[in-house]
Each structure stands twice: as structure tokens, then as C-alpha cells.
Design a protein around this ligand. Structure first.
Ligand code: GAP
Length: 511
């Protein structure tokens, strides 16, 4: 399904609404609707269960969003959590300079892809794309332009060289997509943290930040958690919570938001063991994604050329969103950067006594960090499909179905009396609903023809529909319709729970 229809589907079926929509919305801020919140909670449960409850040596916390302002000085966010910003003087629109330059490279690549398409249709099966790319002079020249631009961009970003970013925008003759002009301001650093003020302290002293990552709440609590749980290294601390970034260009729906949620885990290890644990968490996290049925072709690793200020090594797990492969999760080898920084600024020791080595040290850290909202978008993008199915008369019709893994589905089972004005049927259906709701998130629906009710459940991803008909009244059986196979099975009322449980249980994802 294309991206525009996906966004419309999310609104129509109560997954996601624009924040403050009646006031024309607030840019890059979204609200989760009734089915959205269920799906998001299920994603969080899957993460929490697999990361915290399935690991004896990982524990969870829930730290406050507000932290002492020195936290952000120590973490490097006050000085280094910046994006390069440039304004177009004619349109008054603001852009990220690095994204403008990446866009320039993407345009060149688009020309190459067009040539490849043309050659493909000319040469048919005999066409060899790799050979074409390696031998066609025009394409070789374009690839050189791309490599030069991206190489120079990486260098300028690492060095924080704003002048060179501006020089690139000028040299590559990049125009504002809005005004079409090249009338740009200088490029300057823009700090992404939102700030606010403590009520009882005036001026700089009372300046507070909304946390831009949840990780720091874990670092400052490292010793509290280690001592209170008597964990031995290696061990991890996990947290799910809101983070805030004043993104310059926030777009692509919930992919880049100003208020979002992270699921982060910091794994504290002995210095020297970082390569081994980095590898371990890369593989473990990829497996977590694949368990949901996401095909390996849709996921890939991307090593960072541009490292964040805290990272010694970093890799993204990228997912193929409708707008291309983009970061879904980051795995970072953070060394002892954060704990050492906090130790220095707070003047408090943040060390661990290793009984096996009989020595104190500041542990190293491997971090796994995934955006809950991005994961939500990946799940919708990967599972929302339109497909042909036979209608009641056997003719082809098209249905929109959200083929989520059943453990993530917002509603697990819908209970549907065949007719709404037959009291015997609605009574039997409500009795079944009242029992099932103790075990699953269920929905009772008696409005419209049964076919339309099935379609509504398909659109929100309900794995099972239970229909109560006249046979139910005679012999205590119902039909259970499977969302994916469309098969209808007749089962006894007392067996519904075990049939549903068999497919929707989170256990299916964890073993
Ligand atoms: N503690 C490390 C950290 O915050 P990051 O790569 O900046 O690393 C981690 O962010 C994850 O958070 C990303 O992989 C992404 O899924 C999510 N994320 C980051 N910025 C986001 C935004 N503006 N909107 C939605 N999700 C975002």
C-alpha cells in the first residue's frame, strides 16, 4: 500500500491522529487512537518481556523525564547534540544542510536508476546491472560525484565544519524546494533539546531540558540499580519512555517526531569485552525483529560512518519503509564515555568492584535503542496489504487487511452475533464476550452485515472472528474465522479460548 493510503488508513481506523487536529494540528506531533494505543502497548510488552523478563541479568527502571541540567552537560548534549541548519531567505523555510546535500546525491542516483530501467527494458533477461554500473561512462562519472559529495559531507559533519557545508550547498547549486531560489543564510549549529524553566529559580540556573534520550536516566542510576539488585557485570538496565527533540525537519508521519518514545537498554560490561557483546546484541536484536515475521530482505545492518559524540562504534538496523531503507534501531558501543563523564561532573564515583578481577573500574556499555513509534510504523508498513478474496457469491473482491503477528494485534478476537435483532443470538454472544474478555482484548460487534463486520476486523488486524449463529443455540458451537486463511472452523464454545490462545500468545515470539 502506498504511504499516503497507509496514513489515511491509520486515521480512518483509529490508530493515529494528528495532535490538536481541530486547531490544524501541531507539526510532527501525533496522538495514538484506540487501536493505536493497543498495538503500541503490545510492541512495548514484546520488547519488555524479551529484553527484561527473559534475561535474568537485565532489570528495568522508569526514570523521570526531567533531570538535573548538569546531566546534559556531562552527556555532551548541551555542546554536541546539534543539527546543521540553513534558512532560505525567500521562502523563510528551514532545512537541515546535511539533508539538502544528501538530496543532491539522491537526485544523481535517480538519474542512474532511470538509465538502468531503460537498459533493462532494452536488453531484457541478458541485462547485468552490476556490469552496466561498472562500465557505463556516464554512470561511473555520476557515481564519482555521489561518492565525492557524501565523503565530503561525512568529513564536514565529523569536523563540525559549517562553512564547508555552506560551500557545498553553493557549489552543488542546491535550490530551495519551496521557492526554487539559492538565496541561503549561513549554516549554523542548532541544538535539538527543548528547554523549559523550573518554577522557583529564575534565569539560566533554573533551565531544564526535556530529555532527548532515555539513556541518561539509566546511567545516573547505574549504582543505585546495581547495588539494590546485586547484579554482577555483565548486566543491563532497560527503560521505555518519552524523549523529545526539536527536529528541524520533521516529516514522514511518525518516522521523525518531536515527541516520541524510546525503548533503550544499556548493557554494562568489562572493558575489553565490547566487541563480543556488540556482536551479541546485533544478532539478538535482529532475531527479535525477524520473530515477528518480518522478512530478512526488509531488514539490513548499516554501519555508521558518522559517529555520534558518545559512540566508539555504531550500527543501525534499517527497515525498508515506504520511503526506502531507514534507521529503525541503533546499537552503539559507548565505551565508558557516559559513566566517566557523570563521574567527573558529579564528583561521585560510578565504578564497579569486580570480585573476579579484584579491581574497580568504570564499566563499558553496549546500548540497544529503538524508537517505539518507528517500530509501530514498520509494523503497519510491513503488514497492511490489499488483496483479492472471494466475496459471498464467489466473485473477486478486494479487502484491506493488517496481517500483524497475532501477538501484536490490537484486538485478538471479535465476537459477532449473526443477526442483531435476534435476542437469543445477542444474548449468547454477549455471554461469550464476557468470558473471553477476561483473557483477551475482545470486541463485540453487531452492526451491519456479517461480511462488512469481517472487513472491519481485517482492517484493524483481528486474528479471529467468532460468529454466533442458530447452530450455536442448538449445539453450543460457534464458527471461528481465521484472518489470514479465511478458513472457518466450527468449535465448541468452551474451546474458543484455547484456539485463540494458541496463536495470539506472546510465548510464540519468545521461544
Ligand atoms: N540513546 C541513543 C539514541 O538516542 P538515536 O539513534 O538518536 O540514539 C535511537 O535514537 C532511536 O530512537 C532511533 O533508532 C529511532 O528509532 C528513534 N528516534 C530517534 N529520533 C526520533 C524521532 N525524532 N522520532 C521518532 N523516533 C526517533
Amino acid at each position: 500500500m502506498d504511504f499516503k493510503n497507509l496514513i489515511a488508513h491509520c486515521k480512518e481506523y483509529g490508530f493515529i491522529f494528528q495532535s490538536s487536529e481541530i486547531y490544524d494540528g501541531l507539526s510532527a506531533v501525533y496522538d495514538y487512537g484506540p487501536y493505536g494505543v493497543e498495538l503500541k502497548n503490545n510492541i512495548k510488552s514484546y520488547w519488555w518481556k524479551s529484553m527484561v523478563q527473559m534475561h535474568e541479568n537485565i532489570v528495568g527502571i522508569d526514570a523521570a523525564i526531567f533531570m538535573h541540567p548538569k546531566t546534559w552537560k556531562a552527556s555532551g548534549h548541551v555542546d554536541a547534540f546539534n543539527d546543521p541548519l540553513v534558512d532560505n531567505k525567500d521562502s523563510k523555510k528551514r532545512y537541515r544542510a546535511d539533508q539538502l546535500i544528501e538530496g543532491y546525491a539522491e537526485k544523481i542516483e535517480a538519474k542512474t536508476l532511470k538509465d538502468i530501467e531503460k537498459a533493462k527494458s532494452r536488453f531484457g533477461d541478458a541485462f547485468d546491472e552490476k556490469q552496466f554500473r561498472e562500465t557505463n561512462d556516464r554512470i561511473i562519472e555520476r557515481q564519482k560525484q555521489i561518492d565525492d559529495a557524501l565523503g565530503r559531507l561525512a568529513q564536514a559533519m565529523t569536523a563540525g565544519d559549517m562553512d564547508d557545508l555552506k560551500a557545498m550547498i553553493d557549489e552543488y547549486e542546491i535550490v530551495c524546494p519551496e521557492s526554487g531560489s539559492r538565496n541561503w543564510t549561513e549554516v549554523r549549529q542548532f541544538n535539538l533539546m527543548f528547554n523549559t524553566q523550573l518554577g522557583n529559580i529564575a534565569g539560566e540556573e533554573g533551565k531544564l531540558y526535556l530529555r532527548p534520550e532515555t539513556a541518561q536516566g539509566i546511567f545516573v542510576n547505574f549504582l543505585n540499580v546495581q547495588k539494590s539488585t546485586r547484579q554482577k557485570i555483565p548486566f543491563g538496565i532497560a527503560q521505555i519512555g518519552k524523549a523529545f527533540r526539536n527536529e528541524i525537519v520533521a516529516r514522514q508521519f511518525i518516522f521523525r517526531m518531536r515527541e516520541f518514545e524510546q525503548m533503550e537498554m544499556q548493557f554494562f560490561i568489562r572493558p575489553g569485552s565490547q566487541d563480543e557483546w556488540y556482536q551479541y546484541w546485533k544478532e539478538t536484536r535482529l532475531k527479535w525483529h525477524k520473530a515477528l515475521g518480518t522478512s530478512g530482505d526488509k531488514l539490513r545492518f548499516h554501519d555508521h560512518a558518522n559517529l555520534a559524540h558518545y559512540a566508539k562504534a555504531a550500527v543501525d538496523i534499517e527497515f525498508e519503509f515506504p520511503f526506502g531503507f531507514k534507521e529503525l534501531e541503533g546499537i552503539h558501543s559507548r565505551g565508558d564515555f557516559d559513566l566517566s563523564q557523570h563521574q567527573e561532573l558529579s564528583g561521585k564515583k560510578l565504578q564497579y568492584f569486580d570480585p573476579e578481577l579484584n579491581e574497580n573500574y568504570v564499566p563499558f556499555v553496549i546500548e540497544t535503542s529503538i524508537g517505539c513509534d518507528r517500530m509501530f510504523l514498520a509494523m503497519i508498513a510491513n503488514n497492511l496489504v490489499e488483496e483479492k478474496v472471494p466475496d459471498a457469491d464467489g466473485a473477486d473482491s478486494v479487502r484491506t487487511v493488517l496481517k500483524l503477528h497475532p501477538a501484536l494485534a490490537p484486538v485478538k478476537v471479535a465476537v459477532l452475533p449473526l443477526l442483531k435483532n435476534k435476542e437469543e443470538l445477542t444474548k449468547a454472544a454477549t455471554d461469550i464476550y464476557d468470558k473471553l474478555k477476561l483473557s483477551f482484548n475482545c470486541q463485540y460487534d453487531e452492526k451491519d452485515a456479517i461480511g462488512r463486520r469481517y472487513r472491519r476486523q481485517d482492517a484493524i488486524g483481528t486474528p479471529y472472528c467468532v460468529t454466533i449463529d442458530f447452530e450455536t443455540l442448538e449445539n453450543g458451537t460457534v464458527t471461528i474465522r481465521d484472518r489470514d486463511t479465511l478458513e472457518q472452523q466450527r468449535v465448541k464454545i468452551e474451546d474458543i479460548k484455547s484456539v485463540v490462545e494458541g496463536r495470539v500468545s506472546m510465548e510464540n515470539l519468545l521461544v
